[in-house]
Design a protein around this ligand. Structure first.
Ligand SMILES: Nc1ncnc2c1ncn2[C@@H]1O[C@H](COP(=O)(O)OP(=O)(O)OP(=O)(O)O)[C@@H](O)[C@H]1O
Ligand SMILES: [Mg+2]
Length: 605
């Protein structure tokens, strides 16, 4: 076993251990059921041998059963009752065992999903930018489902049937060893066939799951961007692309089906050939008086008892193949570690002074180039620092670095003089309110979207926060006011309304630092004024980093940094920057000359 496999069985084993009581009890029940299955043909054998053919009972049996020569019908009654009893016992054990297995498997799947969801949530933004959410959902859903099926199938189909086969072989060997060995000879053929098929099925399932995962990822993306699709009338093209992708998955699925379809018949054929041989040889033994007719019945019943599990094995082969692939896929994501994680010695400071300092920070999304380089500045409580610069100059990137969505490649970011990597992430994030360029909202009432800003906040507090931020008027004009249900990702609100919710949410939080990435979309002059006011209120008593696209916002900032291709090219307040030649003055002049709708917009080229 490789280190990786050991690690896999370790984490998987932990889930099984949690369910060890029910799994253990279920296995015992299934083992008992295997015993019942072994006994099941015996009353029939005795009916044929002793009730119909008048043979004497074995000494051990004659003590508990009526003597056939005296009470033939009495014996038949007793054996009939035994048959009924065994049948009932089989049903009962199988019911109880199955239920236990099904429940245990469900609980294991639940626990894996819960932990996997928790894990995915904490993976770095960089991971989520690389993977489509539909694909992740498909793993949590279908791959875990495949593992659940595996546990059920192993428990209900495999364990009892393998035990039955083992018990049957033992009894057969005891009854007539030569005959038993002959039956046993089928086993290697079955095992080799099963193994060959299982590995082919695994390969095929892997392809199916890969393609299906891609399909769900793409589907989710199209449905998520349905407005774009509809506005460009690309529904037909998306239909075709879906059909293409689904076709790939279908083709892979059909390939898996072909292998699967061949499996059971091959196994059946092996069993059927063995049956033929055994019937032929068995009947000869009966004719020679070495075996009774009842014995032959038992053997034939047992053979059927072997054929059923063999078929189950075939079914299980596919389920195992799928589960093995599912496990590989889950393992792949499990191995992803939250790069942005607490250091072992990370601690929680008692309070936040709200002093942020960047010292020579450089960072790149790709190893080849920096998105921001050699950035140094300080943010202090009560002061507003504005970042301006062309699109793609690295403004949002700096915001993400301060909230520690990424760690800088070079340099350090300090909060109250401590490297933010030494601070517990959970605490750090509660100290920094980040209002992204595209505020994110949940499918929930407006007030709940605001309340998300602080754990346990109630409706009243949310409304107060909106009032404190001065956005109450805008939000209360929504159709059902604060109870208006926001659609998925906030798409039922206008850009300005979304921004209001995000500002109120930040207002509600206890954050000492606020990073506001101004939306680049424009709003009407009045709303803009309100938003600015809200911003100023939000920034009061907090350290504020304003990533600005509008000049009005910048004018009153305590310090303005002009960013160009990831570097700070100018710094100063509005009047200082205006008094010197440079990018800022050019910008200002360009904006003055084309004031649009009362809103001055910064454009740096
Ligand atoms: N997740 C990402 N992966 C790779 N590159 C990225 C990622 N996010 C941003 N970039 C790149 O990093 C650079 C800086 O992007 P950033 O979002 O910081 O710009 P910005 O100044 O905020 O621009 P805008 O004014 O348009 O919002 C850009 O070249 C962008 O393409
Ligand atoms: Mg940006």
């Amino acid at each position: 076993m490789s280190g990786r496999e050991r690690e896999t069985s370790r984490w998987l084993g932990a889930y099984f251990r949690q369910q060890r009581l029910s799994l253990g009890a279920a296995t015992l029940l299934m083992a008992a059921r295997a015993g019942v299955l072994v006994l099941l043909p015996w009353p029939l054998k005795l009916i044929v041998d002793s009730v119909i053919l008048d043979r004497r009972l074995a000494p051990a049996l004659s003590r508990v059963l009526p003597d056939p020569s005296l009470h033939r019908i009495g014996l038949l009654d007793a054996l009939g009752a035994a048959l009924l009893l065994l049948g009932a016992l089989d049903a009962l054990l199988s019911y109880a065992g199955s239920r236990l297995f099904l429940d245990a498997a469900q609980r294991i799947a639940f626990a894996i999903r819960r932990d996997f969801f928790a894990h995915l949530q904490r993976l770095p933004l960089a991971f989520h930018r690389r993977h489509m959410s539909g694909e992740l959902i498909s793993r949590i859903g279908e791959d875990v489902r495949a593992m659940q099926d595996f546990i059920v199938s192993a428990g209900i189909d495999l364990i009892p049937h393998l035990l039955t086969i083992a018990a049957i072989l033992a009894v057969m060997l005891a009854m007539n060893w030569r005959y038993g060995l002959m039956t046993l000879a089928v086993a290697p053929a079955l095992a080799v066939t099963a193994h060959r098929f299982a590995s082919r099925i695994r390969t095929a399932s892997r392809r199916v799951r890969q393609r299906e995962g891609g399909l769900w990822g793409a589907t989710q993306e199209v449905l998520g961007n349905v407005q774009l699709v509809q506005s460009l009338a690309r529904e037909d093209m998306e239909d075709r692309r879906f059909a293409e992708r689904a076709g790939d998955a279908l083709e892979a699925g059909m390939r898996a089906n072909r292998i699967q379809a061949g499996f059971a018949p091959t196994m059946n054929f092996i069993v059927a050939s063995a049956t033929g041989l055994i019937v032929w040889y068995g009947t000869e033994l009966v004719l020679r008086g070495r075996l009774t007719a009842g014995d032959l019945l038992v053997f034939l019943a047992y053979l059927r008892g072997i054929a059923t599990p063999a078929r189950q094995l075939a079914k299980a082969g596919r389920i195992f193949g799928r589960a093995a692939v599912a496990l590989e896929r889950l393992d792949e994501y499990r191995a992803e570690s939250p790069l942005i994680a607490d250091r072992a010695d990370a601690s929680t400071p008692p309070a936040c002074g709200g002093h942020v300092e960047l010292r020579g920070v450089s960072f790149g999304y790709h190893a080849s180039e920096f998105a921001v380089s050699d950035i140094s500045f300080e943010l202090t409580r009560g002061k507003t620092l504005a970042l301006v610069g062309a699109t793609g100059s690295g403004k949002s990137t700096l915001g993400a670095l301060i909230a520690r969505f990424y760690d800088p490649g070079l340099g350090r970011i300090l909060l109250d003089g401590r490297d933010i990597r030494d601070i517990r992430l959970r605490w750090l994030r509660t100290q920094i309110a980040l209002i992204p360029q595209e505020p994110q909202l949940f499918h929930a009432p407006v007030w709940q979207n605001i309340a998300y800003g602080r754990e346990g906040a109630c409706r009243e507090e949310s409304i107060q926060a909106a009032e404190a931020a001065g956005v109450a008027e805008i939000l209360s004009r929504l159709p059902s006011g604060y109870d208006t249900i926001v659609s998925e990702r906030g798409l039922s609100l206008s850009g300005g309304q979304r921004q209001c919710v995000a500002i109120a949410r930040a207002m509600l939080s206890d954050a000492a630092v606020v990073v506001l990435d101004e939306p680049s979309s424009s709003v009407d002059a009045l709303t803009e004024q309100r938003l600015m006011q809200a911003l100023r209120r939000l920034a009061r008593n907090r350290a504020a980093l304003l990533i600005a696209h509008r000049l009005e916002t910048v004018v009153s900032a305590d310090l303005i940094l002009v960013l160009d291709r990831g570097r700070i090219v100018q710094r100063g307040n509005h009047s200082q920057l205006l008094s010197q030649a440079g990018a800022y003055r050019d910008l200002w002049q360009a904006c003055q000359s084309r004031e649009v709708g009362g809103s001055l917009r910064l454009v740096v080229s």
